[in-house]
Ligand binder design. Sequence first.
Ligand code: PEP
Ligand code: MN
Length: 260
Amino acid sequence: MSENNYKKIYEQFSTQRVIIAGPCAVETSEQIKRLAGILKKLGIKFFRAGAFKPRTSPKNFQGLGIEGLQLIRKTADENGLYVVSEIMDNAELENCYNLIDVIQIGSRSMASYGFLKLIGKATAKDQKPVLLKRGFNATLQELLYAAEYISNEGNPNIILCLRGIRTFEQIDSAMRFTPDLASIIELKEKTGLPVLFDPSHSSGDAKYVEQLSKAALLLGADGLLVEVHDEPEKALSDGKQAILPDVLKEIIEFSKISEF
Ligand code: PEP
Ligand code: MN
């Protein structure tokens, strides 16, 4: 795609609420095809699914790698969707560049400054959007510096994504992280970049996702990054926090009525 096309993709994040939705990970071709069809019907344009998964335990499912990404690309093209997916190192960046429309930098990579510079350099030529997730132990200033590492290399098309932080609450909270909702307000004051909220990783439980999504939109988030699965009990990663398509439908309806 050309620089102009990527500019148009990026502009959508400032002109309308964007909901990026999809499973945590690409698991099988059937799963991806089914979900892409369901999401397209709901009006979703940005399809997320991880092929390289940054799992806390090396014993857990690590993703299908490049084959998984090729599957997402093909299915997204068949359904007219954009691909949002994470890469974690330079080899993945080189091998998978053309398979992704919005490159996701995960929470755990936010402080990999050398990698951020490489991402900035690689995307400078076509201005491909980069979705940068807040490190779960990073301050807002550190998130903004991370964005600067990318933009300094020549690509200003960065989307920030809050995804929950680690606080004292984790000692006895039912949630996986503390949802950093209030940071939406502050980031919107501090930067002109689009700010998304991820209710799925923030809370780690599907039962909180609808409420958190609505709160984020009311606080002025430019959109959401949300995990959706039609068979969450069978998901190979993050099934507990995946909402069903019907819940996503509710969130989409709310995003329309709460439009500023
Ligand atoms: C993800 O969105 O796929 C993900 C792994 O999230 P995070 O980097 O925020 O943990
Ligand atoms: Mn996940």
